[in-house]
Each structure stands twice: as structure tokens, then as C-alpha cells.
Design a protein around this ligand. Structure first.
Ligand SMILES: *Cc1c(COP(=O)(O)O)cnc(C)c1O
Length: 423
């Protein structure tokens, strides 16, 4: 099935006489006739639902649709994109380990890796995603367990050379984990270029209506953990907390995602509510349609900004002159996303006057939903970062992040035009 079809038909498959629309299984728990049966579920000997913190049918159906969209073996929903990224790494890293991550990533993920996971004894080296393979090689250590990056970085709009990152990661015997939030599987399927694990903040385009916070982890099933049993003991040796199950032996290609569910979610518990998963599924049904409109609108808006003398620079990989246009053509030939970053002449103050003068576009801490919105990262999402760090993660202090919605492009441009006149 093509992505457009999976958006509608993927995941939940009603049987004869069952509800046509994805049911919300609003139940913490599930009933069994005997304790023997339930015991088998606890030992992972049989598959079945017993407690929603571990698995819930509504969530699983939506996760299955996302796995199909990405072309993975299985997926798991989480309560937020932050939880998805944390779990994706913590599933294979523990104290004493090390991660190599692109510096051009979402501010929240930059803090998660650089501050919070560091406190847990997991070290990180941030690299410039534009560095050549040799320079990237130098960041790896004996204890490196994963490489991490975003397909299109939020908010710096760097398009990742996925094949370059995947080959470097694999040369060092570790998986490449890619946050595919901005491109979505409609425009980029990172597994086709060698990524091993994909994460999402489903809060963004997947939900698309700014109604629910959520996340997802998708496993390609392609990384052969058993080649590196010393690096990944959690997957390749018995788990005492599950009566000695060895995930790679019992679950094969689904070892990573099963451990993430059975152990990490069981113990840390950041589940998505079935209600939210239902809303996420409604969003997914129109994802392909919306991405097309987001991109065609953003192309028109980016072309307008690029020509405007009041704008100092524009970064949108869809523009033929953009630094990342060639990579975008290779990895996302049908379009990138609706987010544009740009700078306004007159710096911080002009940016503030511009944003305060917008009428249609709202100032919100959000991105990638149906409504056009703007944000000044240096004074909001990235305000914990020093000017040096801002530069390193390619988010200069004058950067305005514009998330182009699916309204009429001419109306959006008219609003930008009148606000630029006030700047
Ligand atoms: C928003 C975002 C996150 C964090 O997701 P939440 O759902 O807000 O927790 C992670 N990565 C990217 C690329 C994002 O845009």
C-alpha cells in the first residue's frame, strides 16, 4: 500500500460486525479466566493485554499504522516526543555509555542529552551534521552505543545526510536513531537510507491539529544486535526482570521494540492515553493531504520572503538556492515540510516588532500544525542555551521560526507583508 492509503486503511482492521472506526479501549486492565493464563502474559510467553501501562489495543492499532507508514517491524506510542527520544536511547544505553548526536536538533532534545542524560552517567558528543565522515568518526569511542540526529532539524532546517550518518554509525557497530518529526513518513522514510530506529513527536504534523502531545518509536528490525553482544547486553543477555528472557532470541527482529515496551515502558510508564491515540489517528488519516498543502504553501511563502528586502536570510530546503536543497531532493523529493526559518533586518528588536504585528499567524510554542504560527527560539524554546550553543546548534539569535499552516497562501503572505512593514 502507498502512504496515502496506509494513512486511511493502516493499523486497525475491523472484523465482521466490529466498529468501523478505531475503538477507544478506555480500560486500565483486561479480564482473564485463569491466573495461569495471566501468568504466561507476565512471562512474555504469550501475547495479550493485561495492563494499559504495558499495552493497550487502541494505542497498538495506531502504533501499527505508524510502523506501516515508516516501513518498520513495529512501533510504540509514548506520552510525548521527549519520552520517545529518551526511551529510544535509554533502551540501549546506561551509565558509563556514550552517544554521538547531531548538534542541530530540537532544543528540548539538546537539553535531554546534554544535561539530564549526562546526570544519569550517559555522556554525549555533539557533532556538526555537515562534517565529513572522517571528522564524524573521530567523535566515536569504545563505549558509544548510538548515533542520533533529526531528518530536518527543528528549527535550523538542516537536512540530514542520512546515508552518511548511517554508514558512520554502522562502521562503529551502533544504530542510527533518527527523529523524523518534521519530514514525516509521507516525505521521508529514513529506514530506506539505513537508519535503524525512527522517533516522532506525534504532537506535530502527525496529530496536526495541536490537540494532543504524543510520541512514537519505530523499529526497522534491521540492526543486528547479536553481532555486538558486549555493546548491547540488555538485548543479548537474559533479562532478570522478565524471568531470564533474552530479547534477541525470543523476539528476533522485534527485540528492540519489545524491550522498549516490556521493560522501559513498564518501569518508566510514559504511556499515551487511548483517548489521545484516537485523536492522533484522526490526524494520521489526513497526514498525506495536509503535508502536500503545508509544502505548497511554504514554497510560496519562502519565495516571497527570499525576494523581500526587509528579510536578511531565509532557510527552507525546498528553495532551489538553499544550502540543503540537494540533500532534500535526494531524501525527500516530494517536499520537505511547512517550517521556514528566516532572519529580519534589524535583529532581535525588529523580529519582536514583526511577530507582535502579525494578525493571522499566532505566537505560540508550537510548530507543524494546521494553523500558521511563529516563534522566536532564542527567547523561548532555546532560551537556556548560551549564544555559543545557539550558534553550534545553528539557531542564531535573530532566527524566526515560521510554521506555515494550511490556510490560503495569499492570506498568509498578506499577513507577513503587513507585519514586515511594522518591523
Ligand atoms: C517538538 C519536538 C520534540 C519534542 O516533542 P514533544 O511532543 O513536545 O515532547 C522532539 N523532536 C522534535 C524534532 C520536535 O519538533
Amino acid at each position: 500500500m502507498k502512504p496515502e492509503t496506509i494513512c486511511i486503511q493502516g493499523g486497525y482492521q475491523p472484523k465482521n460486525g466490529e466498529p468501523r472506526i478505531l475503538p477507544i479501549v478506555q480500560s486500565t486492565t483486561f479480564k482473564y479466566d485463569s491466573s495461569v493464563e495471566m501468568g504466561k502474559l507476565f512471562d512474555l510467553e504469550e501475547a495479550g493485554y493485561f495492563y494499559t501501562r504495558l499495552q493497550n489495543p487502541t494505542n497498538d492499532w495506531v502504533a501499527a499504522k505508524i510502523a506501516q507508514l515508516e516501513g518498520g517491524v513495529a512501533a510504540m506510542l509514548t506520552s510525548s516526543g521527549q519520552a520517545a527520544n529518551f526511551y529510544s536511547l535509554f533502551n540501549i544505553c546506561s551509565a558509563g555509555d556514550h552517544i554521538v548526536a547531531s548538534a542541530a536538533i530540537y532544543g528540548g532534545t539538546f537539553n535531554l542529552l546534554g544535561v539530564t542524560m549526562k546526570k544519569m552517567g550517559i555522556d554525549v558528543t555533539f557533532v556538526d551534521p555537515d562534517d565529513d565522515a572522517k571528522t564524524l568518526d573521530a567523535a566515536f569511542r569504545e563505549n558509544t552505543r548510538a548515533m542520533f540526529a533529526e531528518t530536518i532539524s527543528n528549527p535550523s532546517m538542516v537536512v540530514l545526510d542520512i546515508e552518511k550518518f548511517a554508514s558512520v554509525a554502522h562502521r562503529h557497530g551502533v544504530p542510527l536513531i533518527v527523529d523524523n518529526t518534521f519530514a514525516t513518513p509521507i516525505h521521508c522514510r529514513p529506514f530506506e537510507f539505513g537508519a535503524d530506529i525512527v522517533t516522532h513527536s506525534t504532537t506535530k504534523y502527525m496529530d496536526g491539529h495541536a490537540a494532543t502531545v504524543g510520541g512514537a518509536i519505530v523499529d526497522s528490525g534491521n540492526f543486528d544486535w547479536t553481532r555486538y553482544p558486549d555493546k548491547f547486553p540488555g538485548l543479548c543477555t537474559p533479562d532478570d526482570s522478565y524471568h531470564g528472557v533474552t530479547y534477541t532470541e525470543r523476539f528476533g527482529k522485534a527485540a528492540y521494540i519489545t524491550k522498549a515496551t516490556a521493560q522501559i515502558m513498564r518501569d518508566l510508564g510514559s504511556i499515551q492515553s487511548p483517548q489521545n491515540a484516537f485523536l492522533l489517528n484522526l490526524g494520521l488519516e489526513t497526514l498525506a493531504l495536509r503535508m502536500e498543502k503545508h509544502c505548497s504553501n511554504a514554497m510560496q511563502v519562502a519565495a516571497f520572503l527570499e525576494k523581500d528586502p526587509r528579510v536578511s536570510w531565509v532557510s527552507y530546503p525546498g528553495l532551489p538556492g538553499d544550502k540543503y536543497h540537494a540533500l532534500a531532493e535526494k531524501y525527500m523529493p516530494n517536499g520537505t515540510c511547512g517550517v521556514i526559518s528566516f532572519g529580519i533586518k534589524g535583529g532581535r528588536e525588529a523580529a519582536t516588532r514583526f511577530m507582535d504585528s502579525l494578525k493571522l499567524a499566532a505566537i505560540v510554542t508550537h510548530v507543524a500544525d494546521a494553523r500558521t504560527c511563529v516563534l522566536h527560539p532564542a527567547s523561548t524554546t532555546h532560551r537556556q542555551l548560551t549564544d555559543e550553543q545557539l550558534q553550534a546548534c545553528k539557531t542564531p539569535a535573530d532566527l524566526v521560526r515560521l510554521s506555515v499552516g494550511i490556510e490560503d497562501a495569499e492570506d498568509i503572505i498578506a499577513d507577513l507583508d503587513q507585519a514586515l512593514a511594522q518591523a
